[in-house]
Design a protein around this ligand. Structure first.
Ligand SMILES: Nc1ncnc2c1ncn2[C@@H]1O[C@H](COP(=O)(O)OP(=O)(O)OP(=O)(O)O)[C@@H](O)[C@H]1O
Length: 626
């Protein structure tokens, strides 16, 4: 264990498993840890931009830095079986197949952590479930049982307030491609939902559907497969939950305790524990008062507890991939009744980290083939290469819905950039946070240790701060989120583990202390604010020494969100990539169903509303900036 993480706490920052020495040192301006001088080492090890290229999927700057890899696979990856594990492409992961829990072997336990490295497991992440009752001999049994969820209606239906720009959703261009498109709905009434669902929708404060819901509901109700891309915070979760629940209720499914193996009708997967938990809570809300029972399984929580929850009856199983596969492997859930399979954050679920798990999931015993199930994919970003891969999981005639610019940032987020150096960024952060007062702010950093370090520094400066990252225990992660949500700690320092999907009310501000190394991550991170028609602000620290590879994509995102592009950023983009293909002018719309690149257009019809079809140059333009 790295001494960095062993001791000391701060008034409100208490990373129990990974406490650090920060309070004893003058970290803010001092020379410990990642400050200037030593920061060199720190930064070099953690910001190696060149590492882990994606091969075959280039062009979007989606390379993986060491820390990304670690974060992605260690916890963001959230393979229940491989927390903190290192996972590279094609590492074989779980060893495939479905063994019983007892047979599953440990993940190599322990791990090596050098001073400037995050955890690398000695034996990779092969095999096994996270909680094997100590079977691997080295990992302590996971005992954490999350607190019971509130049962009272007020808590269940606590609402995210619609913002002043909610009605502007109506102006966003929507492009649907594929054949035999079901007509979009304009109101929830048109969706022909059953009474209990309608009541739950109105109790949730939903008055009218967002664009992705207007198109998604009828498409899903018609039984079609769907790939949907819509901006962050625009209601994708309800877009898939409502029609699935409607279908289950119409079919009269009901949870039954009387079966040893539970066979859910719907399976939903998402890449992080917090996100899947959130989706589960949304499902629980919409299913309130009905016979449909959602259950959630994810890593970091006692497996026995989750098995007991499943055994109480399970119609909608929400899970992170590792724990879900573990439950299947243990024979606690069967897949033979699955009619709806949802991949939320689908581009991440099919990215290098999770693709093998997704393939295992669809190949798991009993899982109906794609022709016999409905597969739904949702995200705010959908790179073309991932779309092509996704087609393996979808029926040939799947529909593609693009709300606005595929991969575009939410226009309700005001994006600004500050040029920094590694020597002055901490002071800049402090200056910034001093002006934001008690505004709820998420600060994204690159590494887990950086998260602890910055959080400790901020606490030392009397800014109540907490942190979330993959080295924290699940109990701590959930506590950190709860403290942030409640406002006890209005600043949350996070790694990319918190970049996708989290829907936390009143986050006014996102700070990219370290910019991510790919543009999609940027779009998801800043999407933690400016949700559901609310406005938000994102401030990104741009260090020309390390961030220039992102400049061009950033200019593209800013332009397309009709935001001011700083001239220095434009220059940086220009010089980083040459002038021949540089085109900062943002189009207002681009449908990027990857099938349009080939002969698909001949086979499909395409509807673009409310405005005219995109200009023919749009596709080429899209290529330009990505
Ligand atoms: N029709 C609606 N009316 C009012 N509020 C809504 C509506 N649809 C969704 N919401 C609320 O908007 C918020 C954002 O929705 P959601 O989390 O589903 O966004 P998302 O598109 O999945 O975002 P992300 O891309 O970040 O995952 C939630 O609090 C949700 O309850």
């Amino acid at each position: 264990m790295d001494d960095w993480e062993e001791e000391g706490t701060t008034p409100s920052f208490t990373p129990a498993s990974s406490t650090n020495e920060a309070p004893q040192r003058n970290f803010w301006n001092g020379d410990a840890g990642d400050s200037g001088k030593n920061g060199d080492t720190w930064n070099q090890s953690s910001r190696g931009r060149g590492g882990f290229g994606r091969g075959g999927r280039g062009g979007r700057g989606r390379g993986f830095r060491r820390s990304d890899q670690d974060e992605l696979n260690g916890d963001d990856g959230d393979r229940g079986d491989s927390e903190n594990g290192f996972r590279g492409r094609g590492r074989g992961g779980r060893g495939g197949g479905f063994r019983s829990g007892g047979e599953q072997r440990g993940r190599g336990g322990g791990g090596y952590r050098g001073r400037d490295e995050d955890i690398l497991t000695a034996a990779g992440d092969s095999g096994g479930a996270e909680n094997k009752d100590g079977a691997d001999g080295e990992r302590p049994k996971v005992t954490y049982i999350p607190p019971s969820l509130p049962e009272d209606e007020d808590s269940i239906f606590s609402q995210y307030k619609m913002g002043i720009n909610f009605d502007k959703y109506d102006d966003i261009l929507v492009d649907v491609s594929g054949t035999n498109l079901p007509p979009a709905i304009l109101t929830f009434e048109e969706a022909k939902l059953c009474e209990s669902l309608k009541n739950n929708i109105s109790r949730s404060g939903y008055v009218k559907p967002t664009p992705v819901q207007k198109y998604g509901l009828p498409i899903i109700s018609a039984g079609r497969d769907l790939m949907a891309c819509a901006q962050t915070g625009s209601g994708k979760t309800a877009a898939f939950l409502l029609p699935i629940l409607q279908q289950l209720m119409a079919d009269g499914v009901a949870a039954s305790r009387f079966s040893e193996i539970q066979e859910p009708e719907a399976v939903i997967v998402a890449p992080t524990r917090e996100l899947i938990n959130q989706i589960f809570q949304e499902a629980r809300k919409f299913a309130f008062g009905t016979c449909v029972r959602p259950v959630v399984v994810y890593g970091g929580v006692n497996t026995g507890y989750q098995m007991r929850e499943i055994q109480k009856g399970c119609n909608v199983l929400c899970g992170t991939p590792g724990r879900l596969l573990d439950m299947i492997g243990r024979g606690k859930v069967g897949m033979s009744k699955v009619r709806h399979l949802v991949l939320d954050e689908a581009d991440r679920m099919l990215d290098m980290g999770f693709e093998p798990d997704m393939r295992r999931l669809v190949a798991s015993p009993g899982m109906p083939p794609k022709e016999e199930r409905q597969t739904l994919m949702f995200s705010a970003t959908f790179p073309e290469d991932i779309q092509r891969l996704a087609a393996d999981f979808l029926k040939v005639d799947y529909l593609f819905v693009a709300v606005g610019v595929v991969g575009g940032a939410c226009a309700d987020v005001e994006q600004t950039f500050i040029q920094v150096t590694k020597f002055n960024k901490r002071d800049k952060l402090l200056d910034l946070l001093r002006t934001t007062g008690s505004e709820r702010t998420m600060v994204f950093v690159e590494t887990k240790r950086q998260a602890d370090f910055i959080a400790a520094c901020l606490c030392q400066e009397k800014l109540p701060t907490t942190s979330i990252h993959g080295d924290r225990e699940q109990r701590e992660r959930e506590k950190a989120l709860a403290d942030f949500r409640s406002g006890k700690c209005p600043v949350l320092v996070a790694t990319s583990v918190a970049s996708r999907g989290l829907d936390i009310p009143d986050v006014q501000h996102v700070v990219n202390y370290d910019l991510p190394n790919n543009i999609d991550d940027y779009v998801h991170r800043i999407g933690r604010t400016g949700r559901c028609g609310n406005v938000g602000r994102a401030v990104s620290f741009y260090d020309p020494d390390v961030d220039s590879q992102l400049a061009r994509s950033l200019v593209g995102v800013l332009s397309k969100a009709q935001q001011e592009v700083p001239s220095w950023l434009e220059e940086s983009a220009f010089s980083a990539h040459g002038s021949s293909s540089y085109n900062p002018s943002g189009r207002t719309f681009a449908s990027t169903d990857s099938r349009k690149g080939d002969s698909f257009q001949d086979r499909s019809s395409s509807a673009t509303t409310p405005a005219a079809a995109p200009p023919a140059a749009a596709a080429a333009d899209d290529e330009d900036w990505e």
